[in-house]
Ligand binder design. Sequence first.
Ligand code: CA
Length: 227
Amino acid sequence: MTRVLVVEDDPQLVRALVINMRARQYGVDAAPDGTTALRLAAARRPDVVLLDLGLPDMDGVDVIRALRGWTRVPILVLSARRSSDEKAAALDAGADDYLTKPFGMGELLARLRAAVRRTEEVPLAPGTTVVTTDGFVVDLSAKRATRGGRDVPLTPTEWHLLEILVTNPGRLISRKHLLQEVWGAGRHSGTDHLRVHMARLRRKLEPDPAHPRHLITEPGTGYRFER
Ligand code: CA
């Protein structure tokens, strides 16, 4: 049974989440604040944490940091906060995914399944050097990307972006993180720059660049590689 820890101070939302998840055979614990959440996380060892950022006793981002001190449990943030800075702060603190309220139960459950599934496949197994999708192949040790057996020439910037994404399959990577990794710390603007490079990567690698299946944009937050 998959165990979920729901950290949320809105009792109606907790009730709806608990009913829906129990109906799908999830084991559910609920915490109304950050302190209870940290205690239950240690005591119950959930497989995934659903975390509201606006909690009565502490900031949800601090809950993420505290959890990341000792566990890699997937953390799916639920929040009414819409600013991309706050999303990025949650992701950079170690959250795996982000869902803005209000959300549909179907979407939540899909993200939950994806988060749990990823614990089985990420991070990339040590020693993995070739990542294969149905559209292209990335050879990490040779630093080569191929499509249909043919080399796809990539610029160093494109390669760096691609390398970060494909080594974190399924994981939402914030724009801030990509900008810092590729262009250096302290760079907080430049999202247009990033968008241009991602568009180029898609044109080179995606079978249908207008409808990317592997290099996915998460509006307002970042990018995600799906195999
Ligand atoms: Ca709240």
